[in-house]
Each structure stands twice: as structure tokens, then as C-alpha cells.
Design a protein around this ligand. Structure first.
Ligand SMILES: [Zn+2]
Length: 102
């Protein structure tokens, strides 16, 4: 069973309590920027995401637990979670990711 560490509950919980919620660190353009975007730019913002093979920053939702969203670095090749961190925290640097693997 895959266990995922929730940074809010501060414990590892079974995967079935969580839901994937898309790529992390996607910033929605403000209203002014949205009004100036072309349809093609808006479409790209809405639907085009990175699809890395390897370590990827993702948003997860602890929907059957504390109901909080958080971010995770997960290796999409091995399905291993390297680290999780709270919403609003900066994306970890490569050094921090490497340190979390040890
Ligand atoms: Zn939680």
C-alpha cells in the first residue's frame, strides 16, 4: 500500500485518502491579464501542462482526511513521493529535493 505524508496531519496515510489535483505552482493570471489574453493563450493556460517523466511538482488533496490541499514532489516513473509541503510554500530547490531523498 502506498502511504503519503500529509504535511498538515503530519503523518503518512493510505493513498486512498488522497486525490491528485494537477500540476503544482500554476499561477492563474489576474483579471486584467486574462482580459488581454488571446483565446490561444487562455487555452494554453487552461489545458497545457508539463508531463515530466521523473520528479514532478504536483498538487494533492487529502479529501478523506483533513481536507487540505498540499504540494508534493513525486517521481512519476517510480510513483515514489520524495517530499510533501504545504500550500504557499516555495517549490523546493534541487538541493532540498536531493536532501529529502536521503
Ligand atoms: Zn491531512
Amino acid at each position: 500500500m502506498l502511504l503519503i505524508h500529509c504535511p498538515y496531519c503530519k503523518e503518512k496515510r493510505p493513498e486512498i485518502e488522497f486525490a491528485y489535483a494537477g500540476e503544482a505552482h500554476i499561477v492563474r493570471p489576474d483579471a486584467i491579464a486574462q482580459s488581454e489574453m488571446t483565446d490561444e493563450e487562455w487555452s494554453k493556460f487552461m489545458f497545457i501542462r508539463n508531463n515530466f517523466r521523473g520528479e514532478h511538482a504536483e498538487r494533492w488533496w487529502h479529501n478523506a482526511g483533513c481536507n487540505m490541499f498540499f504540494n508534493a514532489i513525486r517521481n512519476t516513473k517510480t510513483d515514489k513521493f520524495v517530499m510533501t509541503y504545504k500550500m504557499g510554500e516555495n517549490r523546493p530547490t534541487k538541493t532540498q529535493i536531493e536532501a529529502a531523498k536521503k
